[in-house]
Write a protein that binds this ligand. Structure first.
Ligand code: SAM
Length: 290
């Protein structure tokens, strides 16, 4: 019996169900109840909220979330070996835990949560798919999204790229997409020793809250402009933006950005202006730069 519920301790669950960690599935389990509770609490109050969890594994974080009394938890797990262990958790919380065996990269999240209801994502993400999952959640349309917050564990280095400010080494495409659509912060770090088995790096829990009304901008245009700018991040923008196929000097002037600036110096609003003026110049058939 564990401290937060009447279920067996996680070490027993892992032993009884033969859940030796698989590197190929990014399996680094959290067994410390204080830590799983701290992650779950970072999401804020959960009453009335449907929580989507990616990669519940043996169910440690799942149990911490359920102990906080959410409306429901929908957990997507790719490893078939974990399903029986999770069924025991579901039996302990009747009607509160739905386990879906499948790939979180393929899930139709909007269909998993009640239409018009409150939803949040809480996950100790498998590191091999963490960034694509975040990009998918931030790129979702229509906006505002189907969730009211994301509370996610990443490798510290990825967390730094998510929250990076302009002018810093980690600032790039991920920080711009994040900053455009959400407000993100690193809630706390988690040492490698907290995981079984321990990964090679420190991890961080990141909390993201979507902006209700991001600056108006087409996602595809923002992606294209940031791709061009950061594809050659050491070059001045008048050079790196040439692949956009318009007069870069005119584009930068329209966006109010010095042609000698580099990508990492431009804030999110600057990239939004670049994307919008690029779309407008192309629509107007603007002459191509040489
Ligand atoms: N939540 C558990 C914990 O905190 O101890 C396990 C976290 S472990 C870092 C990542 C989990 O994601 C593993 O259970 C793994 O099997 C699962 N997983 C890996 N790739 C997945 C995918 N594409 N879709 C769904 N689950 C996946």
């Amino acid at each position: 019996m564990s401290a937060i519920d009447d279920l067996p301790p996680l070490r027993e669950v892992i032993r009884d169900h033969g859940l030796s960690a698989l590197k190929s599935l990014g399996q680094n389990f959290l067994l410390d109840l204080n830590l799983t509770s701290k992650i779950a609490r970072t999401a804020g109050r959960l009453d009335g909220v449907t929580v989507v969890e990616v990669g519940p594994g043996p169910g440690g974080l799942t149990r911490a979330i359920l102990a906080l009394g959410p409306e429901k938890v929908v957990a997507i797990e790719r490893d078939v070996r974990c399903i029986a262990a999770l069924a025991e958790v579901a039996a302990h919380y009747p009607g509160k835990l739905e386990v879906i065996e499948g790939d979180a990269l393929e899930a139709d999240y909007r269909a998993l949560v009640p239409a018009g209801g409150r939803a949040a994502v809480i996950a100790n993400l498998p590191y091999n798919v963490a960034t694509p999952l975040l990009i998918g959640w931030l790129s979702t349309d229509p906006w505002p999204p189907w969730y009211e917050s994301l509370t996610l564990m990443f490798q510290r280095e990825v967390a730094e790229r998510i929250v990076a400010a302009p002018g810093t080494a980690h600032y790039g495409r991920l920080a711009i997409l994040t900053g455009w659509r959400a407000v993100a912060r690193i809630a706390f770090d988690v040492p490698a020793s907290a995981f079984v088995p321990p990964p090679k790096v420190v991890s961080s829990v990141v909390h993201l809250v979507p902006r209700t009304i991001p600056l108006p901008c087409a996602l595809k245009a923002l992606e294209r402009v940031t791709e061009a700018a950061f594809g050659q991040r050491r070059k001045m923008l008048r050079q790196s933006l040439k692949s956009l196929g318009v007069d870069t000097t005119a584009l930068l002037e329209a966006a109010g950005i010095e042609p000698t600036e580099r990508a990492e110096q431009v804030p999110v609003e600057g990239f939004v202006a670049l994307a919008n003026h690029w779309v407008a110049m192309r629509a107007a058939g603007a002459p191509v730069s040489r």
